[in-house]
Design a binder for this molecule. Structure first.
Ligand code: MLC
Ligand code: AMP
Length: 506
């Protein structure tokens, strides 16, 4: 019987010479393909020894490291479900994710063990391990006693491989369930579409708790047997220094903006580069053009989501890569634009983007109703993005119907922040809107209204939020006003607030 485990496909692509370098880190370590094979086997055997139930979730909130990547691969290998968590999440956020996903295993950094384990044990998790950037912690201590031989567990294409939490426009976060088949189909399509080839070297500079860094980048390199230059965090100077040793780079637009600020970013530095990929947030045409002028390379912009992995891409070869567009639907992906009445729109007309394909997720974890709402009767997923297909077939994203701010490639849901603000003493109501920002593309700004008789300290409001929420979610500014603008239906007119504050950072 064919094994559809994603790890089996990645493993099959390892080069013959298992002693060649697979990953080189910014602190001078080199991991061979054999190290990846053995390390993931030991971790998979550790998971196996825990006798976890079928479909058990392994929730992980740790700093970026090669061992953290191996833990992801080991979870696939052992047939369990990986649940990555942004390191910026604080206790209330983690409490929700762990409570909702009920993981059998939680792995956190040593410094957070106290509070994370308390939350995990309360939620019924039996196994809490630690893993730190410097390769210490109980996870590796325990794995060191496990065999480095492990047979990849059999999985079917629809079996779950990962759950990625995406915040909701209303209510709490939803866990997008991705299967082995979802991710493998996407990885294979991208390998072909982006012309991955022998000798490619990827600079991996993104965090590994979201689709871009965890799936697109890691799967891309592994399924091509390509070496990765592994940066524990994005450092533009270091990336520029490493460019001559690399052929592929992937980043959110903020990374490109910051790289352009480096005088060392020249054609010469990029002489061996083959491909620069951007996505997760809109790439400004100014960045696209400036990059072309400075490096001689045209950034390839693509579009995706946690629920679907990659959906569209500008072409690698043949057609032109068009700035301001996200390219064509990938092979196997059907993409259409519909109006509110459900009419499919012709080229050039703007509406809601809907998609179907082998990469589209299995639904939201334990939210069948929500899942049903997000799919059309004929099985298309409603992305919540608004766009059009231009006359040449390129998809253009013009906005979002979901109330979402994308800041430096991270999603921030105004509804979540507003709920926290509204709970603070003296606050009657609030609105959080996204405004343009030169570095992060877009950032949140909070507008608050005091209860009668109260006076609000806006700095104090931001400080209160900072104590509770992931740092990237904190609005960059807060203003107090007497009333929020509303339309005749009583709905807050966020467009007016956005307009009023649009020049704050530009
Ligand atoms: C950091 N800060 C941010 C921020 N990142 N503020 C707004 N938006 C962000 N994205 C703030 C912190 O709160 C902090 O503020 C200050 O900046 C410095 O924090 P830092 O952690 O030192 O920041 P830095 O390392 O410079 O991080 C910036 C960044 C990072 C751009 C490198 O945000 C990043 O890695 N973004 C990539 C996100 C990503 O991978 N997205 C893919 C999603 S997948 P203070 O006030 O506390 O000092 C997806 C699907 C798809 O969307 O299609 O790919
Ligand atoms: P996430 O839920 O973090 O996976 O974010 C997915 C969202 O990011 C999409 O629904 C889009 O709104 C946005 N996105 C991803 N890639 C692009 C892109 N190239 N241009 C514009 N928006 C993008």
């Amino acid at each position: 019987m064919k094994n559809h485990n994603l790890f089996a496909a990645l493993r099959a692509a390892f080069p013959q010479d298992l002693d060649s370098v697979a990953v080189e880190t910014d602190n001078g370590l080199a991991y061979s393909w054999r190290d990846l094979e053995r390390g993931t086997a030991m971790l998979a055997n550790l998971l196996k020894s825990l006798q976890l139930p079928e479909g058990a979730r392994v929730a992980v909130q740790v700093e970026k490291s090669v061992e953290a990547m191996m833990l992801y691969l080991a979870t696939l290998r052992a047939g369990y479900v990986f649940l990555p968590l942004n390191t910026a999440y604080q206790s209330a956020e983690i409490e929700y994710f762990i409570g909702n996903a009920e993981p059998a295993v939680v792995v956190c950094s040593g410094k957070n063990f106290g509070w994370v384990s308390k939350i995990a044990f309360k939620a019924g998790t039996q196994n809490v391990f630690t893993l730190d950037e410097d390769r210490t912690g109980s996870l590796l201590d325990r794995a060191a006693h496990c065999s480095d031989k492990h047979e990849v567990v059999q999985r079917q294409p629809d079996d779950l491989a990962a759950i990625l939490y995406t915040s909701g426009t209303t209510g709490r976060s939803k866990g997008a369930m991705l299967s082995h088949g979802n991710m493998l189909s996407n990885a294979l399509v991208l390998k072909d579409y982006w012309g991955w080839q022998a000798g490619d070297v990827l600079i991996h500079a993104l965090p590994i708790f979201h689709v871009h860094g965890l799936f697109v980048a890691i799967h891309g390199a592994l399924i091509n047997g390509s070496k990765m230059i592994w940066l524990s965090r994005f450092d533009p100077k270091l990336v520029v220094r490493k460019l001559p040793e690399a052929t592929v780079f992937m980043g959110v637009p903020t990374l490109y903006v910051r790289l352009l600020a480096e005088p060392g970013l020249t054609r010469e530095a990029c002489r061996n580069m083959r491909l620069f990929v951007a996505g997760s947030a809109p790439l400004l045409i100014e960045t696209f053009t400036e990059w072309q002028n400075r490096t001689g390379h045209t950034i390839l912009e693509r579009y995706g989501m946690s629920e679907t992995a990659m959906l569209t891409s500008n072409p690698y070869a043949g057609d032109e890569r068009r700035g301001g567009t996200v390219g064509f639907p990938l092979p196997g992906v059907s993409l259409r634009v519909r109006d509110e009445g459900g009419q499919v729109l012709p080229a050039g007309e703007i509406g809601g983007i809907e998609v179907q394909g082998p990469n589209v997720f299995q639904g939201y974890w334990r939210m069948p109703e929500k899942t049903k709402e997000e799919f059309t009767a004929d099985g298309f997923f409603k992305t919540g993005d608004v766009g059009k297909i231009d006359e040449r077939g390129y998809v253009v994203i013009v906005g979002r119907s979901k109330d979402l701010i994308i800041s430096g490639g991270y999603n921030v849901y105004p509804a979540e922040i507003e709920a926290y603000i509204n709970d603070l003493p003296g606050v009657a109501e609030s609105a959080v809107v996204g405004v343009p920002h030169p570095d992060f593309g877009e950032v949140g700004v909070a507008i608050v209204v005091a209860r009668p008789g109260s006076i609000l300290d806006t700095e104090q409001i931001l400080a209160e939020l900072k104590a509770r929420l992931a740092n990237f979610k904190i609005p960059k500014r807060c203003f107090s006003i007497s009333d929020l603008p509303r339309n005749t239906m009583g709905k807050v007119q966020k467009n007016i607030l956005r307009e009023q504050h649009k020049a704050l950072f530009t």
